[in-house]
Design a protein around this ligand. Structure first.
Ligand SMILES: NC(=O)c1ccc[n+]([C@@H]2O[C@H](COP(=O)([O-])OP(=O)(O)OC[C@H]3O[C@@H](n4cnc5c(N)ncnc54)[C@H](OP(=O)(O)O)[C@@H]3O)[C@@H](O)[C@H]2O)c1
Length: 271
């Protein structure tokens, strides 16, 4: 099987927790700095601000890779497609590039085959170019592949960083050619204070953030750090200067301590 080519910028900007003017200003700055991949979600409550920042940037829509995610209470057949149309309205776009199921339906309230059928319908209606999932475990992916061909699953967006390498799930994704998008790469800032990361950063005359992004990149993942500061956005965007060697990568791999951040009470049984 030929590995599929992923046409998504490998570095995006995340917008979780960014609200109101902060969301607008951060996305506007990110686009000015050079980011062309923005990640939002219905539940973030900032689709309007993200859409306005994109519009005000005057960057052609075709140059920006835009992702949103359908929230848990919209997974039912009645609400799914209308919720996506509402997202597009808020984002001021005709379609997104990627539409994700944010979480597998809590306690299986909605049958996966039903909401994945709606997800596919959203693509067939032209509301999104690609479809995918988020926070799906190996068991969830196995179930998903009974409804969707694995080639339809553009990505599985999951938590991956030096403190949670998620190796088993990533290996399963690789086996099925499902691209991994790593969220919370900086453990919301925590890993940037890690002495090993700081030491490796010094060795490469780089910042801790650039080292973490280079590690995510070396593992073949897309990643979507968030920042509200121009200086940090620039730092993240210029991560390409750092080339980690095998020893650096092994040291970072060794930091794994299963320190998961995103584990709400409705989370699936993690691998
Ligand atoms: N699918 C899901 O369920 C899910 C769950 C969680 C997150 N996500 C996505 O993943 C994105 C990233 O996760 P996250 O926002 O939670 O956390 P994160 O990206 O790991 O960390 C963000 C934090 O890092 C700081 N930071 C960013 N760049 C920095 C730099 N160069 N130097 C120093 N500090 C820096 C930011 O502070 P400043 O603002 O001060 O720069 C912010 O406090 C989210 O925004 C969201 O889009 C998805």
């Amino acid at each position: 099987m030929t590995k599929r080519v992923i046409e998504m910028p490998e570095l995006g900007m995340g917008t979780f927790r960014l609200e109101g003017d902060t969301a607008y200003n951060s996305v506007k700055m990110a686009l000015e700095v050079g980011f062309r991949h923005i990640d939002t979600a219905q539940i973030y409550g900032n689709e309007e601000q993200v859409g306005k920042a994109i519009k005000d940037s005057s960057i052609p829509r075709s140059e920006i890779f835009l992702t949103t995610k359908v929230w848990n209470n919209k997974l039912n057949k009645t609400d799914f497609i209308p919720s996506v149309k509402k997202s597009l309205e808020k984002l001021q776009v005709e379609s997104v590039d990627l539409l994700l199921i944010h979480w597998p339906s809590p306690a299986n309230n909605q049958a996966m085959s039903e909401y994945l059928t709606e997800l596919l319908k959203a693509k067939q209606l032209g509301l999104t170019k690609h479809i995918g999932v988020s926070n799906f475990t190996i068991a969830n992916l196995n179930e998903a592949m009974q409804t969707l061909d694995s080639r339809e699953i553009f990505t599985n967006q999951i938590e991956v960083h030096p403190y949670l390498t998620n190796t088993k799930l990533r290996a399963f994704c690789a086996q099925h050619d499902i691209h991994v998008t790593a969220y919370m790469p900086f453990v919301v800032g925590k890993v940037l204070k890690d002495q090993t990361i700081i030491d490796i950063a010094k060795k490469h005359d780089a910042s801790p953030a650039q080292v973490v992004l280079a590690w995510e990149n070396a593992k073949g993942m897309t990643t979507i750090p968030s920042s509200t500061k121009r200086k940090n956005l620039e730092d993240n965007f210029n991560d390409k200067a750092v080339k980690l060697d095998d020893e650096d990568i092994a040291r970072i791999d060794g930091l794994d301590c299963n320190d998961r951040q995103a584990t709400p009470d409705f989370a699936p049984q993690w691998d």
